[in-house]
Design a protein around this ligand. Structure first.
Ligand SMILES: [Ca+2]
Length: 229
């Protein structure tokens, strides 16, 4: 079964309006071809600071290098300020099809450096992504997306985070793999890892970071690597 995330996310307002009180929203996980795609969740030390917003940094640390090692993403630590999308880190783009909530760079409680990327769905869903350069993906090769995630569900009891890999051929979207289970709640910085094998006929991969309903999801230290390198 192939699950289209936009289709599922588009259903969320209707489910909420219908009074859905389920703690976990009905997003079906995508089949990912084995246990290797299960997220690896490592507990981290508790954080007690609230999710504050976008005050500017109070120092002049230089930005991250665009690419470090085998990371196929630029600005995975969100240290380079905004790019072309309001509140979204340089190199990343919004991909929520008009149901967008709000994005901001959080300079108060990043996992590392001076900033992290936060997203809230605003009773719907919001997502950002970054697509690797063309020719950076080889079909059949396993790729790993690793991100630090910190999420806060809203008083409604809903809200959470969702991340995954989206496969492209040039600029054409092909398919995607979401974390399994496809969403969850965490109050502290937690490491999430997704491994997925590139399907045939793709040459690019996108790291996809989302928040759904009115909770907040923050991301930092996002790394996308080819496990064969
Ligand atoms: Ca950072």
């Amino acid at each position: 079964m192939t699950t289209n995330i936009h289709h599922l996310l588009a259903l969320l307002p209707a489910l909420i309006a219908a009074g859905c009180s389920c703690p976990n929203l009905p997003l079906d996980p995508l089949p990912t071809g084995g246990d290797s795609n299960d997220p690896i969740i490592d507990d981290s030390d508790p954080e007690t600071n609230p999710f504050d917003s976008d005050d500017p940094p109070d120092d002049s640390d230089p930005p991250d290098q665009p690419v470090e090692g085998s990371n196929q993403l630029m600005n995975g630590g969100f240290e380079q300020g905004e790019g072309s999308y309001t509140g979204v880190g340089y190199g990343w783009e919004t991909v929520d099809g008009g149901t967008h909530g709000e994005d901001w760079l959080d300079y108060h409680t990043p996992y590392a450096g001076t900033a992290a990327q936060c997203i809230t769905g605003g009773w719907s869903a919001a997502a950002i992504q970054q697509i690797s350069r063309e020719g950076t993906v080889t079909p059949g090769v396993t790729y790993r997306l690793r991100a630090m995630v910190r999420a806060q569900k809203a008083s409604s009891g809903h809200g959470g985070y969702l991340l995954g890999l989206r496969w492209y051929s040039g600029d054409t979207y092909i398919s995607e793999v979401q974390m399994v289970p496809p969403h969850g709640i965490t109050y502290d910085w937690t490491s999430i890892v997704i491994d997925a094998q590139a399907p045939a006929d793709v040459d690019r991969v996108a790291a996809y970071l989302a928040s759904y309903t009115d909770g907040i999801a923050c991301y930092d230290e996002v790394v996308l690597t080819d496990l064969t390198l």
